[in-house]
Design a protein around this ligand. Structure first.
Ligand SMILES: C[S@@+](CC[C@H](N)C(=O)[O-])C[C@H]1O[C@@H](n2cnc3c(N)ncnc32)[C@H](O)[C@@H]1O
Length: 281
């Protein structure tokens, strides 16, 4: 059997294929050919922790269900949680200048926003910051209750997101000194999201490839920089299900390198404030 030279003995060719199938069915992530190095380097720590010598043995333990935390450990290790503050700023400008004014004119006055792959929390907290600023500027006119629901498949990253404490590079990447003072409390070299922003966001675990109808209906969905990991069929399925839980005229935001082209015709594209947003037809 051919072995991967980087971590000899950990990952055979057959096991790589079996692992690709496992990962795609567990969380939709498609691992292309030639990513053996990624698998062996990301799973190394987990396998040492559980004293598992090969990916074949790991898959066998998974299939026997001997260790329920093994599957979530693999998902934690294999998901890419790259994010930063005010990523794709044009989207936050669109939220402030187009979406919130429009939603606040509606009767009913309850606004629900979903951050559908929230990683360590920067995206939903940024939404909360924009909503807070909009409320402050429109005091007396904007009284809508807002709820931000933030979900991710990785339990480890959700724990980080809930804490809302950022140190090192994540405490500065994308933030100006003024934003850092305004939205955070300083703790030595780390910063913590202010309580009035934190309390707007509720974090939950959700797998985008499975049902998420229980989350309720939304006016806005941020689904940024996650569809890139899925197959074309998965993207279509996810987007169809998102269209079903968006309120009429609701908005969908994708990552700046992602598009709906070929995946859904249920949205119209709006290009404004230097960014693109999709509106349910
Ligand atoms: C690159 S981050 C994007 C974070 C943020 N949306 C942004 O644009 O900065 C991708 C996130 O998607 C999550 N993810 C991957 N597969 C998922 C799935 N099937 N269901 C829910 N979240 C998933 C990962 O755990 C990761 O935190």
């Amino acid at each position: 059997m051919q072995e991967i030279s980087l971590k000899k003995g950990i990952l055979s060719h057959g096991d790589y294929e079996a692992f690709q199938n496992f990962l795609q069915s567990a969380c939709g992530i498609v691992l292309g050919a030639g990513k053996e190095y990624l698998v062996s380097s990301r799973l190394g720590g987990l396998m040492r922790h559980y004293d598992i010598a090969t990916v074949g043995e790991l898959l066998s333990q998974l299939s026997h269900g001997r260790n329920p935390s093994l599957k979530s450990g693999i998902i934690d290790a294999m998901t890419t949680n790259e994010t930063f503050w005010f990523r794709d700023m044009a989207h936050f400008n669109l939220l402030e200048q187009r979406i919130l004014p429009e939603l606040s004119d509606r009767p009913g006055q309850r606004i629900r926003i979903w951050s559908a792959a929230c990683s360590s929390g920067q995206e939903p907290y940024n939404i909360g910051m924009v909503v807070e600023d909009f409320r402050a500027r429109n005091r007396g006119r904007f009284n809508a209750m807002t709820e931000i629901v933030a979900t991710d498949i990785s339990k480890r990253i959700l724990d980080d997101a809930r804490r809302g404490v950022y140190c090192g590079i994540s405490a500065s990447r994308g933030l100006s000194a003024e934003q850092s003072r305004r939205y955070f409390v300083q703790h030595g070299d780390c910063i913590e999201v202010r309580p009035e922003i934190k309390r707007q966001v509720s974090f939950r675990s959700a797998n985008l490839t499975q049902g998420y109808e229980l989350l309720g209906r939304f006016d806005v969905i941020f689904c940024r920089n996650v569809l890139i990991y899925f197959s074309c069929t998965q993207k279509q399925d996810i987007l169809n299900r998102m269209a079903r839980i968006l309120n009429p005229g609701g908005y969908l935001l994708l990552g700046s390198t992602e598009s709906l082209a070929g995946h859904s015709d249920q949205f119209e594209m709006i290009s404004e404030s230097g960014g693109i947003v999709y509106r349910l037809k």
